[in-house]
Design a protein around this ligand. Structure first.
Ligand SMILES: Cc1cc2nc3c(=O)[nH]c(=O)nc-3n(C[C@H](O)[C@H](O)[C@H](O)COP(=O)(O)OP(=O)(O)OC[C@H]3O[C@@H](n4cnc5c(N)ncnc54)[C@H](O)[C@@H]3O)c2cc1C
Length: 373
């Protein structure tokens, strides 16, 4: 088969590697609009189940993939611990290293790369390939050029967030609510190497504008946020990548997952809010399941099988993640700076249960996925 993959993120690379691994006769080309050497984000988390699945299909990954175990989840409010889950089975890994090793595996199996090459007007080249895989991320060109055919729905969460890092292993997954000048902020952090942690800062649009974070430069933002979160960051300064900006979380769903010989995977197909830390995991499992479906069947039947078997799993995680996203939005709406107890009770009441549900759900979802492969 002649296959075109658009996007060299986790979904595109994993799919390309897997499809070649299962049948080396396929001719696979990847178009990536970014530069080969560009730094692609900080660290990501993968639950142990996802990590095991990945290593099952990519055993060559094992010696090259440095990982940091994340075994506890702490929820804090203004330096006070509210709840802790201590049996978490999760790893933090550098997104850059993850992509670099996947790319190496792809190259060694004969996948052809074209970097700095943006795919556009994809329908005009549709007949030149047996299969076109849209792994082109949240702002997918393949999806937007065929939005009605995919039944695509896109929107945005109400809160603002920014993806940063610090040069410090902050130990464990941490979620802290912090009051600053009568404004509420949320900070998430998790380590992904012995010396680095990812940091995500979230606030309502109102707070973002009140503190003029929308007007300040990126370095100024980092200085202000480092000050607000000096306790959570152990006094370390926040770091940013050149194109970093405040964002609203993009919500993406698609009623139909393929059209003729074109199929979407990863963020192009579905997003999952970072409160459940599943985006890369979903992208990687999509890629594995699509490659496996193609092994057994002709393109149309394989795409049908992919959508039929994978959709219920994805919807379950998406529902969980969007419920999480709106829970965090409501916390900001309800926040009353004169009544810390109210916030404390709200977090305690809802969050403790959410954590328990989340842990249970993860186990059920992952065992279902493994059964389906
Ligand atoms: C703040 C934040 C924190 C996150 N934390 C986690 C986490 O802890 N754990 C986790 O599992 N996930 C996390 N994620 C999610 C994760 O980053 C994504 O879900 C994952 O990268 C999706 O992979 P993908 O391959 O589908 O898309 P991407 O990684 O977005 O890759 C798409 C690729 O396509 C390329 N591209 C786009 N358009 C074109 C075009 N027209 N032509 C050619 N190339 C194109 C892009 O340059 C890009 O390289 C987080 C996301 C955010 C925003």
């Amino acid at each position: 088969m002649k296959i075109l993959v658009i996007g060299a993120g986790p979904a595109g690379l994993m799919f390309s590697y897997m499809v070649k691994l299962l049948d080396h006769h396929h001719k696979v080309t990847i178009l990536e609009r970014g530069d080969e050497k560009a730094k692609k984000g900080w660290g990501i988390t993968l639950p142990q189940h996802a990590f095991d699945l990945l290593l099952e299909w990519c055993p060559k990954f094992r010696p090259f993939l440095p990982k940091v175990a994340i075994s506890s989840y702490h929820v804090n409010l203004n330096d006070r611990n509210i709840c802790t889950v201590s049996n978490l089975k999760m790893y933090g890994i550098s997104r850059n290293k993850f992509l670099r090793h996947l790319k190496k595996l792809c190259l060694s199996s004969g996948v052809v790369f074209h970097f700095n090459k943006e795919a556009r007007d994809i329908n005009s080249i549709q007949d030149k390939y047996d299969l076109i895989v849209g792994a082109d991320g949240v702002h997918s060109t393949l999806r937007s050029e065929n939005s009605a055919l995919f039944g695509a729905k896109t929107g945005f969460g109400k809160n603002k967030f920014i993806w940063l890092a610090v040069n410090k292993n902050l130990k464990g997954l941490k979620l802290s609510f912090r009051e600053y000048n009568a404004q509420l902020f949320i900070i998430w952090s998790y380590p992904y190497s012995a010396k680095m942690s990812t940091v995500i800062i979230e606030c309502s649009e109102k707070v973002w504008k009140n503190l003029k974070l929308n007007k300040h430069s990126l370095p100024e933002n980092c200085k202000i946020l480092s000050r607000i979160f000096k306790n959570e960051l152990n006094g370390h300064l926040l770091r940013y990548l050149p194109k970093t900006q405040w964002q609203s979380f993009p919500v993406v769903t698609n009623q139909h997952w393929f059209y003729k010989n074109m199929v979407l995977i990863g963020d192009a197909l579905h997003t999952a809010h970072f409160s459940v830390g599943q985006g890369t995991h979903l992208a990687v499992v999509d890629a594995i399941q699509l490659a496996l479906a193609l092994q057994k069947k002709l393109v149309k039947a394989a795409l049908q099988e992919f959508e039929r078997t994978r959709k219920p799993q994805v919807l379950e995680i998406q529902n969980l993640s969007f419920a999480g996203m709106s829970w965090f939005e409501k916390i900001f709406e309800k926040f009353d700076s004169t009544n810390e107890m109210k916030l404390l009770e709200e977090i305690k009441k809802q969050f403790t249960q959410r954590l328990i549900n989340f842990n249970n759900n993860q186990k059920t979802l992952f065992s279902k996925q493994v059964e389906n492969l």
